[in-house]
Write a protein that binds this ligand. Structure first.
Ligand code: ATP
Ligand code: MG
Length: 566
């Protein structure tokens, strides 16, 4: 997906399947606006890791530039030095690349334009369109008015151009204390849109910036910095989320009153909200800082680094983003909808192995003491090219505890006293005796096998309906398996006013000691497999040479189809 500046190519697909943003791009191309160019940007603030919401924005911006032969810039919106760090800059680039997108040479920082922004600010002062205001932040708020009452003009609004130029120069030179004054655009204190009531353009902030160091003590506000950055980069379509709709008049006001090289069009779309997920970087940071998760890449986090560690593939995330579409209506997407795409991808691509998560020992009394047999097992029934592997079998095996019961209910096809089941890839076994310890807990099942059933064939046509996975006791490798549930149990995440700590699901992580067939212990970190009958699991980087650690990626049951019909 490399990109070149190019002319507007025809959008593929019929107009009816186009979302409204793509329709605008097509219409602008047809009318010759922006000289037929398409340039979008993804503008993260480097104050946290990217999450699934950002993935929606990345797929939209890079998707459009790719489809229309345009470019998409990656621009760090680094205007708030107090919260921004190089670690985040690096992580964001890693995550955008992982998702499958490439900004080519178009990597920019809002801080690249700090000098130009100061010049433009002086331009507005000279035009009588900006002034230095000495109101305190509290006073400014009080003067601002409310949606139903107009604001009041600042007593400093009438300062002369020369006084404003002088004071602004002194602000920039560091002569004033933090909070002593701001530079404000001189627009309209009576505007029904609060964003137009002389918004602040610059504030004094004595903080070290991750790129410009201590060069500046004034930093531009988002509304000023963003439109200027877009214009300087000659962005054509500046796509943002709906909460900026009310800021659009201000975006346009700055660009109309500045000698900028282009006037991009701001387009707002509905942000991604998902059940059981907190999508705010501030809250995600809190989860990390307060130790509720192991880090930004904890597999329970909705961050791209978290879901990657969990085993979600980039193509599954892209397919999900495509399927949710783009619109102006806010909605809540079921988490199961994303899992559907994750599962679909893994079903096609993940190899099958056997692992027992809650083992109980089975001794096969009529199987020779030291005999070992190796059974050939298919790696992926969905893909014959994935070949086969050999699975060892012996007199003692581990069986899933929940695959046995002493008192079988109706329709129980798994193991029970006197009942027979099929061991996947191996033999039929029948349970003869249950061994318990002093507390009554089951420690061992004594079984017999039918040598005629080798490889799972039916010896005399008798029906055996249950099939269990298993692992040879002599060959099994023990490993840690991390079972995840939603970090927030309630679909809406937090109740109003609820503390983050109180809403966290105490059972979001359960660690179990499992036994795995040998082939499952030799895989590289990041590899995803299906544990037969258990779900999809991914090797965690915490794995040691002889000790695999697995994350449960997703279970086997797809509940989304049902939900989406409901
Ligand atoms: P957060 O609220 O999580 O802190 P943000 O909007 O402050 O997010 P930015 O780094 O400014 O984070 O976001 C970069 C881009 O990603 C913006 O264009 C923003 O609109 C978009 N974006 C952020 N969250 C979502 C979301 N949930 N759905 C779609 N786009 C999003
Ligand atoms: Mg933001």
């Amino acid at each position: 997906m490399t990109q070149e500046a190019g002319s507007l190519a025809a959008a593929d697909g019929p107009a009816s399947s186009r979302d409204f943003v793509r329709q605008i791009v097509v219409d602008d191309g047809a009318s010759g606006k922006h000289e037929g160019r398409v340039a979008t940007r993804f503008p993260p603030e480097p104050n946290g890791y990217l999450h699934l919401g950002h993935a929606k924005s990345i797929c939209l911006n890079f998707g459009i530039s790719g489809e229309f032969g345009g470019v998409c810039h990656l621009r760090f919106d680094d205007t708030n030095p107090a919260k921004e760090e190089q670690e985040y800059v690096d992580a964001i680039q890693r995550d955008v690349r992982w998702l499958g997108f490439d900004w080519g040479g178009h990597l920019y920082y809002a801080s690249d334009y700090f000098g130009q922004m100061l010049d433009y600010a002086c331009h507005l002062i000279r035009e009588g369109l900006a002034y230095v205001c000495d109101l305190t932040p509290d006073e400014m708020r009080a003067y601002r008015g409310t949606p139903t009452e107009p604001g009041r003009e600042s007593p400093f609004r009438g300062r002369s151009v020369s006084e404003n130029l002088d004071r602004f120069a002194r602000m920039v030179a560091g002569e004033y204390e933090e909070g002593a004054c701001t530079l404000r655009a001189r627009i309209d204190m009576a505007s029904p849109n609060l964003n137009m009531r002389d918004p602040a353009m610059y504030r004094i902030k004595r903080a070290h910036h991750h790129r410009t160091g201590d060069q500046y003590v004034v930093y531009p506000m988002y509304d000023y910095a963003h439109c200027v950055s877009d214009a300087l980069e000659r962005i054509t379509h500046s796509i943002c989320t709906l909460e900026f709709e009310d800021h659009r008049p201000l975006y346009d006001w700055f660009l109309e009153h500045l000698p900028v090289p282009a006037h991009p069009r701001q387009i707002e779309f509905a942000r991604l909200n998902m059940t059981h997920v907190m999508m705010s970087k501030r809250k995600l940071l809190q989860l990390v800082q307060d130790g509720h998760v192991r880090g930004w890449d904890d597999p329970r986090m909705p961050t791209l680094s978290g879901i990657r560690r969990r085993g979600y593939s980039a193509s599954a995330v892209r397919a999900f983003c495509e399927s949710i579409g783009v619109s102006k209506a806010n909605s809540l997407v079921h988490y199961e909808h994303l899992e559907h795409f994750v599962r679909q991808d893994l079903n096609a691509n993940a190899r099958r192995v056997m692992a027992v998560l809650d083992p109980v020992r089975v001794v096969i009394e009529n199987y020779p003491q030291d005999q070992v047999e190796w059974f050939e097992a298919e790696n992926n029934p969905e893909n014959a090219a994935d070949g086969t592997r050999m699975v060892p079998f012996g007199r003692e095996i581990w069986l899933e505890r929940e695959d046995f019961t002493e008192n079988p209910p109706p329709k129980w096809f798994r193991l029970a006293p006197g009942r027979e089941i099929r061991l996947k890839h191996a033999y039929y076994i029948t349970c003869r005796e249950v061994v318990k310890d002093a507390t009554g807990a089951i420690t061992e099942l004594r079984c017999t096998y039918d040598p005629e059933s080798r490889g799972g064939g039916t010896p005399d046509g008798r029906v055996v309906r249950g099939t269990s996975h298993w692992v040879s006791v002599a060959h099994g490798v023990s490993g840690e398996v991390r079972l995840y549930d939603h970090l927030f149990a309630k679909p809406h995440g937090l109740d109003d006013g609820e503390e983050l700590a109180d809403a966290i699901n105490p059972d979001s992580l359960k660690v179990v000691e499992a036994v795995l067939e040998p082939a499952a212990a030799e895989l590289a970190a990041g590899t995803c497999v299906q544990f037969l009958r258990q779900g999809y699991f991914c090797i965690d980087p915490d794995s040691g040479p002889d000790r695999p650690v697995y994350n449960r990626t997703v279970g086997l049951r797809d509940t989304w189809a049902k939900l989406s019909r409901a």
